[in-house]
Design a protein around this ligand. Structure first.
Ligand SMILES: Cc1cc2nc3c(=O)[nH]c(=O)nc-3n(C[C@H](O)[C@H](O)[C@H](O)COP(=O)(O)OP(=O)(O)OC[C@H]3O[C@@H](n4cnc5c(N)ncnc54)[C@H](O)[C@@H]3O)c2cc1C
Length: 408
């Protein structure tokens, strides 16, 4: 079958991979000049199934309200005259109950752990390297309240049978020795020894090369303007470089999926939640994180990617605003510097922002649509790197008429 995948972020490239493995003739169409130029470009680099869960959680509305009045807050709601923003927020609030949270978390956990298995298998099959490491991820806590939150998270991990360890300050230092010199308050942490790290963009670039060698086509610099349909099926994709016809179409456009789906009357509740990152050269390897540290206090994640340090965080619910807000970047940089003061050349960091494709409930949208040959793989929120191989393998099985390996 000829399949057109729209979007070459981590989700589009992995979709192409699993479809090609199923024997389909795949073309990927991407409006940017290469793979992973949007949200998958400079994320925090964590492949962390243990941390995957919805942001819509009990207690979140109150926290978000408090953060609204602070300039330096990990999450900011900037109200706009935009009905999509308000309806997304409304649905988000409806999902902040204990029951909805538990249900959404269970689905996301299932997908995230499946995804990790798929990623490991892909790596073993191809030998792909992407500044990756499998040294676990450490979440650190600064306050008693955060420690209690960590204990609750540990109880959930225990129930799910996921390897983890709640640790005190001394063990934090043993796991990440560079934190010994940190002046920041650290009371303890939660260590997930099986979580991984890696450069998502590098992975996409290398996987696209492997796909090209296997006959998959990539048409960069080509934007899909709309999809045309007749008799309940998509007939063609109208692009900036002419029409493209296929037997099946997959929308893998991350935060831009709703705009394309609207051209065929489908509403998708995905909203862009902006985040930022800085990347700098590591100048003192023994003063840098060995793996990845998620600082619960600031919600900044600091990861070693080869000889670079990446720090990422902040969430702004403010539409597609590409302005690189200096205070947000400074907050991230200063938190990384407070935790790992001598690790890197912070003054010469490259800076970036991207849009997490967030659904109001948490789980990504993966599967069929009302059009017989149109499929969706989008809405991976803050965990797209962690979940992409899983959702893509799942969707490829569905498109191929096979039973997916998990019930999502
Ligand atoms: C600050 C930050 C930190 C993060 N950290 C992590 C992390 O540590 N771990 C993790 O798992 N996740 C993380 N994420 C989330 C993760 O980066 C995203 O979930 C993931 O990149 C989404 O991938 P995607 O392929 O769906 O979207 P994208 O990467 O945005 O790809 C969509 C592609 O579709 C293309 N496109 C859109 N419209 C069209 C069109 N009409 N025609 C053609 N092409 C089109 C775009 O150009 C783009 O290349 C983070 C995100 C942010 C912002």
């Amino acid at each position: 079958m000829r399949v057109l995948v729209i979007g070459a972020g981590i989700v589009g490239v992995t979709t192409a991979w699993y479809l090609t493995k199923q024997g389909h003739e795949v073309t990927v169409v991407e409006r940017c000049s290469g793979p992973a130029m949007e949200t998958s470009f400079a994320n925090a680099g964590g492949v962390c199934p243990g941390f995957v869960g919805p942001w819509a959680a009990p207690g979140m509305p109150l926290k978000a309200l408090k953060w609204m009045f602070k300039e330096s807050a990990p999450l900011k709601f900037r109200p706009r005259l935009d009905v999509r923003q308000w309806s997304w927020m409304f649905r988000f609030l409806l999902n902040c109950t204990a029951a909805r949270f538990a249900e959404n978390k269970a689905r996301m956990q299932l997908m995230a752990h499946y995804s990790k298995t798929c990623l490991v298998a892909l790596r073993e099959e191809t030998g792909i390297a992407y500044d990756n490491a499998a040294n676990g991820v450490l979440q650190i806590f600064a306050t008693q309240e955060e420690m209690e939150g960590g204990a609750r998270a540990a109880a959930v991990l225990e129930r799910l049978g996921i390897a983890h360890r709640l640790v005190g300050r001394e063990d934090v230092n043993a796991i990440e020795p560079a934190l010994k010199t940190s002046a920041a308050e650290i009371r303890g942490g939660l260590h997930l020894p099986n979580d991984e790290t890696g450069d998502c963009q590098l992975f996409c670039v290398r996987l696209a090369e492997l796909l090209t060698a296997r006959g998959c086509g990539f048409r960069y610099g080509t934007g899909v303007l709309r999809l045309d349909h007749a008799a309940g099926r998509i007939e063609k994709a109208v692009t900036t470089a002419g029409d493209i016809k296929a037997d099946a179409y997959v929308v893998a456009c991350g935060p831009f999926a709703p705009a394309l789906l609207r051209t065929v009357g489908i509403r998708m509740p995905v909203y862009p939640v902006k985040g930022y990152s800085i990347t700098c050269e590591i100048t003192a390897p023994d003063q840098a994180p060995q793996s990845s540290v998620m600082d619960e206090h600031s919600k900044v994640m600091i990861t070693r990617l080869g000889n670079r340090l990446r720090a990422a965080g902040v969430a702004e619910i403010a539409g597609f605003d590409r302005n690189l807000r200096e205070t947000a970047l400074a907050d991230i940089r200063e938190r990384a510097r407070a935790l790992f003061p001598d690790a890197a050349d912070y003054a010469r960091s490259s800076v970036w922002c991207g849009f997490r494709p967030m659904t109001p409930d948490g789980p990504a949208r993966v599967g069929a649509t009302e059009f017989g040959n149109l499929f969706v793989n989008a809405g991976h929120g803050s965990n797209g790197w962690t979940q992409a191989c899983g959702t893509s393998s799942y969707l490829a099985a569905m498109i191929s008429g096979r039973r997916p390996e998990i019930d999502y």
